[in-house]
Design a protein around this ligand. Structure first.
Ligand code: FSX
Ligand code: SF4
Ligand code: F3S
Length: 314
C-alpha cells in the first residue's frame, strides 16, 4: 500500500500537482458528492490505492467531443485527469493509440472480455432515421454499435446533453432522427447532462460507484441528485438582485458591471437543475453567470428547442 501511495504521489508531482492540491480536490469532490468531510480520506484512497479499476468502454456518437475535452483537458494538465488513475480505458477514440480496423477489433475484444462487468460511457446522440445513416463509424451505424455494446455493460453512463437527452443533433428539425441513448435503445441510463457537463459530476458518479458499490441516487431524468438536485437559481450568488428586481438590461452596462441578475438577458437559471454555482468549471475558476453570461439551460432536456432564442427573456 505504502509503495502504491508513493508511486501515486510521484506521478501526481510529475503532472505538476502537489499532495496538497490533491487533498483539496478530494475535499471538493467529497462535498460535491454530498458526503460528509469524514469521507475525504476514503475518497483519496480510491485514487491513491485503487482496489479495482473497472474497465471503461467509451463510445463517441453524434457530438463535438467537448465532453471528453472537459473531462480530460480543460486545463492541461488537469486534475480531472485523475479519472485515468481509477478507470481502465479499453476503448476511447480520442485517447487510444489504435486506429481504423485495429480500433474496431479492440472494441469487439473489450466487450467480449468484459461482458456484464464494464462501464459503458456514451458521449453523443444516436441517429435513428434511414437505418441510422446519419452517423457511422467504420461502416457501421451508431445505432448498431450502441445496440451491440450498451446492453452488455454493468452500467451505461451518458456524459453530456447529447447522449443524455439528444442535444443539438436532436434539435428541430432533426433530419437524422437523433435520440438520446435511453430513447434509442429503450434502456435506463445514468445521465450527466450539460453542454459540456462539469467533469466533477462524472468523476463523482464513478467515485460513488467505487466507494459505496452503487450508482448515486438519480432524479426521474436519470441525473445524479447530488449534482442536479437544485436549480441554478436557488444556488446563484446574484439571487438577492433578482429578489430586489435589480436586473441587467444590456451587456457591458453599469448594471452588468455591478453583477445584477441576468434574468432579463434570458437567464434560464430558474428552470435549470445543475450545480454550476457551487462546483464551477476549470478547477473552480468561474461559471457562466459569474462570467456575466446568462445560463442557457444546457443540462435540461431539449434546451435548444425549449430555451431558444437564447439571451432573451422567455
Ligand atoms: Fe454534446 Fe459532448 Fe455539447 Fe459537445 O461531446 S453535450 S455537443 S459540448 O461535448 O456531447
Ligand atoms: Fe437566477 Fe439567473 Fe438571476 Fe442567477 S442570474 S438569480 S440564476 S435569474
Ligand atoms: Fe449550463 Fe447553465 Fe451551468 S448554461 S453550464 S447549466 S450555468
Amino acid at each position: 500500500m505504502e509503495k502504491e501511495h508513493k508511486e501515486f504521489y510521484e506521478r501526481l508531482e510529475q503532472k505538476g500537482f502537489s499532495r496538497r492540491d490533491f487533498m483539496r480536490y478530494c475535499t471538493f469532490l467529497t462535498a460535491t458528492m454530498g458526503l460528509s468531510s469524514s469521507f475525504v480520506p476514503k475518497v483519496a484512497e480510491v485514487f491513491a490505492a485503487p482496489t479495482q479499476r473497472p474497465t471503461v468502454i467509451w463510445l463517441n456518437f453524434g457530438e463535438c467531443t467537448g465532453c471528453t475535452e472537459a473531462a480530460l483537458r480543460t486545463v492541461y494538465p488537469s486534475i480531472d485527469e485523475l479519472i485515468l488513475e481509477i478507470l481502465d480505458f479499453a476503448y476511447h477514440e480520442t485517447i487510444m493509440a489504435a486506429a481504423g480496423d485495429q480500433a474496431e477489433e479492440q472494441l469487439k475484444h473489450a466487450v467480449e472480455k468484459n461482458k456484464g462487468k464494464f462501464i459503458c460511457v456514451v458521449e453523443g446522440a444516436i441517429a435513428t432515421k434511414f437505418n441510422g445513416a446519419y452517423g457511422k463509424i467504420g461502416g457501421r451505424t451508431f445505432l448498431e454499435i450502441a445496440k451491440e455494446v450498451c446492453p452488455q455493460a454493468a452500467a451505461v453512463i451518458c456524459i453530456g446533453a447529447c447522449s443524455s437527452f439528444g442535444g443539438v443533433q436532436a434539435a428541430a428539425p432533426n433530419p437524422g432522427g437523433y435520440k438520446s441513448v435511453s430513447q434509442a435503445l429503450g434502456i435506463k441510463t445514468v445521465n450527466i447532462p450539460g453542454c459540456p457537463p462539469n467533469p466533477v459530476n462524472f468523476v463523482g458518479t464513478i467515485v460513488n460507484y467505487l466507494l459505496l458499490g452503487k450508482l448515486p441516487a438519480l432524479d426521474d431524468l436519470g441525473r445524479p441528485l447530488f449534482a442536479y438536485g437544485k436549480t441554478i437559481h436557488d444556488q446563484c450568488p446574484r439571487r438577492s438582485h433578482f429578489e430586489n428586481e435589480e436586473f441587467v438590461l444590456e451587456f457591458c452596462s453599469e448594471e452588468a458591471a455591478l453583477g445584477y441578475c441576468l434574468y432579463k438577458m434570458g437567464c434560464r437559471g430558474p428552470e435549470t437543475y445543475n450545480n454550476c454555482p457551487i462546483a464551477k468549471f476549470n478547477d473552480g475558476t468561474s461559471w457562466p453567470v459569474e462570467a456575466g453570461a446568462p445560463c442557457i439551460g444546457c443540462s435540461e432536456p431539449d434546451f435548444w428547442d425549449k430555451f431558444t432564442p437564447f439571451f432573451e427573456e422567455l
